[in-house]
Each structure stands twice: as C-alpha cells, then as structure tokens.
Design a protein around this ligand. Structure first.
Ligand code: NAD
Length: 255
C-alpha cells in the first residue's frame, strides 16, 4: 500500500488539473457520521432513511418535525474541517485544483479554505433553507431559531409553504446546471480523486466513469470497497485524514 501512496503522490505532483469527488467519509473524522459506513446513520438505524425521502417529507408532518429536530442537533454545526479537508485546500493553493465536486452538505470544504467557486455542491447545503412552494431561499440559522423558539414545523414566512434545508433528498431531482457542471469538470480532469464515497449514489458516481473515459487517472480512497473499484488506477483504503495530507503536501492531522 505504501508503494501505492508513493505512486499517487507522484501523480498529484505531475498533474495540473485535479478533480476531487468527496463524500460523507471525508467528514467522519470531523465527527459527522456517514450514511453507509460501519458507523453510518443508516447502518445503525435503517428507519432513519425515511427522513431523507422527499415524498415522506412532503406528505407527513411527523417526518418534518423529526427532520427539523435532527437539523437542530446536526453535528455539522459543531464540526471543524479535518486534515483531509485541509489537504484539498493545499491542492488548490498549489494551483492544481480544477474542481471539488462534493456530495456533502456540511460546508466544511469552504470552511477549510477552498474557494466557493471551486466547490460544486451536487446535493446542496445544510447552511441554507428553501421553500418547496415559492422557491424562497435564505439562511438556515434564523429558521433554526424559530424551531428553538417552539415552531416544530416552521412554514415559509412569504407564502406559508413547507420549508426544508436546501439539500437534495432521495426522490428529489438534482439541479441540472450543477450536475452538468460537475460532469464537465470530471471529464476535464487529468487526475480524479474519489475520497470517502461509497459511489452508490447516481448520477454523481458517474463522474468516475466520465473521468476515466476522458483519459484521467482515477484514485479511489475509501475504507470499504466500492462498485467502481475496477475503474481505479489506484485504491487506497487507509483513513482519509492520514493518507490525503501525505499525498497532497497538506498539513498533518495535529498541526
Ligand atoms: P456513504 O455514507 O454512502 O459512504 C461513505 C464511505 O466513506 C463509506 O464507504 C465509508 O467506509 C467511507 N469512510 C468513512 N470514513 C472514512 C475514513 N475516515 N477514511 C476512509 N473512508 C471512510 O457516503 P456518500 O457516498 O457520500 O453518500 C451519502 C449521501 O449522504 C451523500 O449524498 C451526502 O449528500 C449525504 N451525507 C452527507 C454528509 C455530510 O455532509 N458530511 C454526511 C452523511 C451523508
């Protein structure tokens, strides 16, 4: 494996156009559980998947109340970027980052210091809320203040519609321009680093075959096997916070 790390470090050094595709696994070391890993939210409680389904959310006030409670307590509000996030900032600082496609909704890449214009949030962000009726969109914190003050399913103040985090739930369409931008970026990559994603959620997992078909080297960095491992030029199974800084020349975990 250490030989693989040396090879991938060389690919990082050689490449001028790196695209990172990140998933929940890059944020577990910041204290945010993933969904499908061994300690994942769904692995431990399969019923929790209901909260991520748009049809349940729109039709069931109890699901919405549970969702607001879980947003209020979300570990993202306390989380800080870890060495893995900082390593991707280092890639940008070295002028090598073409794009950072993330499935995460926690905002930790921007908090770590990646430029917002490099980060493509294909599944939206927890830091904003949106109305499902009039398309109002604004900051999440004032809505959470209303929940804290006793509104367990706060309606849109403009039209009375159902509010939700500005994230993409299962059953909800992606924003076409955002996913198109992500796929274009993947096809432009010289090196694609897939980091902490089980690569089971489409269409975003399609960034891996898209990059490969366009001639990029593909590195999959994930603790567990993924269905796209056969496309990888290198597979790294070590903890992201240890291996990514080593590859990117970023800060080590406790620096
Ligand atoms: P996933 O839960 O399906 O897979 C995460 C993968 O990361 C797992 O295979 C796990 O083994 C691996 N992993 C976890 N910690 C690791 C570590 N320290 N080192 C190496 N590997 C590690 O996640 P996904 O593919 O991103 O899909 C889940 C969906 O859930 C995404 O669409 C995302 O929007 C959402 N989600 C986001 C967050 C977040 O924003 N932090 C958290 C949970 C879920």
């Amino acid at each position: 494996m250490s030989q693989d790390v040396d090879i991938v470090r060389r690919w990082v050094d050689e490449s001028g156009r790196i695209v990172a595709l990140t998933g929940a696994g890059i944020s577990t070391e910041s204290g945010i559980p993933d969904f499908r890993g061994p300690q994942g939210v769904w692995t431990k409680d399969p019923k929790a998947e209901r909260l991520s389904n748009i049809h349940e959310y729109m039709s069931n006030a109890e699901v919405r109340k549970l969702s607001w409670k879980s947003r209020l307590d979300h570990p993202a509000w306390r989380a800080r970027p870890n060495a893995g996030h900082r390593a991707l900032v280092e890639i940008e600082r070295r002028g090598k980052l073409h794009a950072l496609i993330t499935q995460n909704i926690d905002g930790l890449h921007q908090q770590a210091g990646n430029s917002p214009d490099k980060v493509i949030e294909v599944h939206g962000t927890l830091h904003e809320a949106t109305c499902m009726h009039c398309d109002w969109r604004g900051r999440m914190q004032p809505i959470l203040d209303r929940v804290r003050a006793g509104e367990d399913d706060p309606p849109c103040e403009r039209c009375g519609g159902i509010l939700k985090s500005a994230t993409i739930s299962f059953g909800q369409p992606l924003v076409p321009e955002v996913i198109e931008r992500a796929m274009r970026a993947a096809a432009d990559a010289e090196l694609l680093l897939a980091v902490g994603t089980s690569l089971q959620v489409y269409p975003v997992a399609g960034a891996v075959p898209a990059a490969k078909a366009a001639g990029a080297r593909v590195v999959i960095m994930n603790a567990e096997p993924t269905p796209l491992d056969n496309l990888a030029d290198a597979l790294l199974r070590m903890p992201i916070g240890e291996v990514l800084p080593d590859l990117c020349g970023g800060a080590h975990p406790d620096s």
